[in-house]
Ligand binder design. Structure first.
Ligand SMILES: Cc1ncc(COP(=O)(O)O)c(C=O)c1O
Length: 417
């Protein structure tokens, strides 16, 4: 064990160790990374989170000015003057918080207006707000799927979907494998009260899309419902940023869309959109909505303004896509493996946890801030950087990033061609 290189997998549910002992053991992982100046998490920023960030160096204490690719703030909405103004006006009118759950007094007219806006955005009858995308998935799945039901989920759906499925039966299918999905649906047909197929609109580590048309066709054939978590699709895909279901032309075939304000809308909070009776049911029984204080007024106003902006000003999404295409082209030209990404989420594959952490450090020293995606976020042999392009990056930012990456590749050798 003396020279063992630890991974995060080594510290989960340690046999014979109580909670304090387990936590103490985990320190070994941090020590191992600190010894190489490579611990890349829990980094503190002294500026807004965006394309340019000032971060405090864990190993010297000084502030490093960086070009950053860590945020899902795809459209730069967290600093858009009109979004900030809307939030400020909401604070003046409604105060900073509601301090009450929606069904017991914490529901104001702008909550309802935002819900209607989201329903319209997704072509659904109604929508319900949650305090995060995570809470939305927990709230939806804990309520709707129980012991007599089964969830058939793509293996790469977000952790919050898995965490919401604790009360039901689960069958996981290989990523985007429609043949396998079909065979599972065939086996479970007629054996459960509800059969739900669950996919992400954009897969958050690989940046690829689901096979949504085929998924919907198969679900219909076998009498299953379709649920989609479109956290990364809204404001990015579809006409006017309506999301992945619109992109594939299958909005009417999706039973429930969950989403977040923490990506293209630049703030925080989440929602689910679907049929009127489902949403009404959720308002009373979806515990992360019913038993949690409602989304604060400035956040509601900010999300609402962000939607107005990206639906009405097409140049915002166009800039994101211009940058996305440019970066992918440059990285591919330089021989980096960017997987199957079809979205602004651009993985740069390294396939070795320690190497990924060491490269992140080297890049930081060059003024580039990227976060390594290592186990458990991805499988052990799939470690990579998850590079998020935004509309706020300039061509110079993207060129500088590519040059820095090529420079570091001379030492670490992770290009594939
Ligand atoms: C696919 C997906 N769903 C849900 C969430 C959770 O969203 P939030 O940050 O609003 O809790 C995330 C966030 O990382 C995500 O990537």
């Amino acid at each position: 064990m003396k020279n063992k290189m630890f991974t995060l997998r080594d510290f989960i549910d340690i046999p014979g160790k109580n909670i304090y002992e387990s936590a103490d053991c985990f320190q070994k992982f941090i020590d191992q990374m600190d010894a190489r100046k490579a611990y890349a998490f829990d980094i503190t920023s002294t500026s807004a989170i965006g394309a340019r960030m000032n971060i405090i160096d864990r190993y010297g204490g000084e502030v490093i000015k960086t070009t950053s690719f860590v945020t899902n703030n795809y459209l730069g909405m967290n600093k858009h003057p009109k979004v900030l103004k809307a939030a400020q006006k909401a604070i003046e009118k409604y105060g900073i918080g509601t301090c009450a759950a929606p069904p017991i007094g914490g529901y104001i007219n702008i909550h309802s207006e935002l819900e209607q806006k989201l329903a319209k955005l997704h072509g659904k009858e109604d929508a319900i707000l949650y305090t995060s995308g995570y809470a939305a998935n927990i709230g939806v799945y804990q309520l709707l799927l129980n012991k007599s039901d089964i969830a058939i989920v793509d293996m790469y759906v977000h952790a919050s979907v898995y965490d919401g499925l604790g009360k039901t039966n689960i069958k996981i299918f290989k990523h985007n494998d429609m043949e396998y999905l079909g065979s599972v649906l065939k086996v479970v047909e007629g054996k459960y009260r509800n059969i739900a197929v669950i996919v992400d609109g954009v897969y958050s580590q690989d940046g690829d899309l689901p096979k949504l048309v085929e998924t919907c066709d198969l679900a219909k054939k076998y009498g299953a419902f379709v649920f989609i978590d479109d956290a990364h699709g809204v404001g990015v895909f579809g006409k006017g940023g309506k999301g992945t279901a619109d992109h594939f032309g299958v909005e009417d075939k999706i039973d429930l869309i969950t989403g977040t304000f923490s990506k293209s809308m630049g703030t925080s909070g989440g929602y689910a959109a679907g049929a009127k009776q489902l949403i009404k049911y959720m308002r009373h029984y979806s515990r992360s909505n019913t038993f949690s204080a409602s989304v604060s007024p400035p956040i509601v106003a900010a999300a609402s303004k962000a939607i107005d902006l990206f639906t009405q000003e097409p140049h915002i999404i166009k800039t994101l896509w211009d940058n996305t295409r440019y970066l992918k082209k440059q990285l591919t030209k330089r021989g980096f493996d960017i997987g199957k990404s079809e979205s602004p989420i651009t993985p740069v594959m390294v396939r070795d946890d320690m190497k990924t952490m060491l490269i992140a450090r080297k890049l930081l020293e060059k003024g580039i801030y990227v976060i390594p995606a290592i186990y458990p976020a991805v499988r052990l042999r799939d470690s990579r950087f998850r590079v998020n392009v935004t509309a706020s990056h300039t061509k110079e930012d993207l060129d500088y990033f590519c040059e820095a990456l090529s420079d570091v590749d001379k030492e670490f050798n992770f290009t594939v061609s």
